[in-house]
Write a protein that binds this ligand. Structure first.
Ligand code: PGA
Length: 223
C-alpha cells in the first residue's frame, strides 16, 4: 500500500476548497494499492468528509489537533471534536514545532489523545536526532530544508534529499518494516517516479503540489 497525503496547510478559501473537491472527484479512480488522505484546514473538513466518505481508498485527515481533551480552551480543535470526521491527523509538523513552539511533550499528549479517539497519528520528525515515539504506525520524515522548494523543477529543487538519503535516515533510525515510513519535502509530479522506485518508502506528504487537484492526481496516479 502506498499513501499519498495532501497537506493543504493554511491555503484556500471555502469556494476554492469546493472547486478542488469537485475537480478531484471528476478525475479520481480508487485503486486498492494506494490510499489518498486529504488534510485540509479545519473548517473544510466537513465538506471533504461529506464528499469523499463513501469513496474507497480516500480518507480525511486534520493537520493538527489540540493537546487538551475538552473544556475551557477557546479556539482549540480537539480529538473529541474531530472523531468521526477524520481518520488521520498530522502531528508535530516542523512548521508547528517552529512557529508554535511545539515541544516533544506536547506532541506526545496530542498522540495520546488522537489514539484515545481512534484517529491515526502521522507523526513528523525532521532529523535523526529527533526522539521518535515507538507506539505509532505512521512516521513522516520531513527535513525542513527540503520543504516548499518549488514544484516546477524536478529533483534538483529538492536540495539535499534524494530517495537514497531518505532511506539512509530510515535505516539509521532502525524504523521497522511494520511501520509506515512517509517522506515529505517538495514531492511533485516530476520527482515522484524517482521515489516510487524504492519500496522502503510507504508514502508521501505532499504540500504545495497538492493544492492543484490535477497535479496532485498526477502524483497519486503513478501508483
Ligand atoms: P511541500 O510540503 O510538499 O510543499 O514541500 C510538504 C509538507 O510540509 O508536508
Amino acid at each position: 500500500m502506498k499513501y499519498f497525503i495532501a497537506n493543504w496547510k493554511a491555503n484556500k478559501n471555502f469556494d476554492e476548497a469546493k472547486q478542488w473537491v469537485n475537480q478531484f472527484l471528476k478525475i479520481y479512480r480508487p485503486k486498492t494499492e494506494r490510499t489518498v488522505i486529504i488534510c485540509p484546514p479545519f473548517p473544510f473538513i466537513p465538506l471533504l468528509h461529506q464528499a469523499v466518505n463513501h469513496l474507497k481508498n480516500i480518507k480525511i485527515g486534520s493537520q493538527d489537533l489540540s493537546a487538551f481533551e475538552s473544556g475551557t480552551y477557546t479556539g482549540e480543535v480537539t480529538a473529541k471534536t474531530l472523531k468521526g470526521l477524520v481518520d488521520y491527523v498530522i502531528i508535530g509538523h516542523s512548521e508547528r514545532r517552529k512557529n508554535f513552539h511545539e515541544s516533544q511533550d506536547l506532541i506526545g499528549q496530542k498522540i495520546s489523545l488522537a489514539k484515545k479517539y481512534q484517529i491515526e497519528p502521522i507523526v513528523c520528525f525532521q532529523d535523526v536526532t529527533d526522539r521518535l515515539p515507538n507506539n505509532i504506525k505512521f512516521i513522516a520524515y520531513e527535513p525542513p530544508w527540503a520543504i516548499s522548494k518549488g514544484y516546477e523543477d524536478s529533483m534538483k529543487t529538492v536540495i539535499e534529499e534524494t530517495p537514497e538519503t531518505v532511506i539512509k535516515v530510515k535505516k539509521k533510525l532502525k524504523i521497522q518494516s511494520d511501520k509506515c515510513f512517509i517522506y515529505g519535502g517538495s514531492v511533485n509530479s516530476n520527482n515522484i517516479s524517482q521515489y516510487l522506485k524504492y519500496k522502503e518508502i510507504d508514502g508521501y506528504l505532499v504540500g504545495g503540489a497538492s493544492l492543484n487537484p490535477a497535479t496532485f492526481y498526477e502524483i497519486v496516479s503513478q501508483v
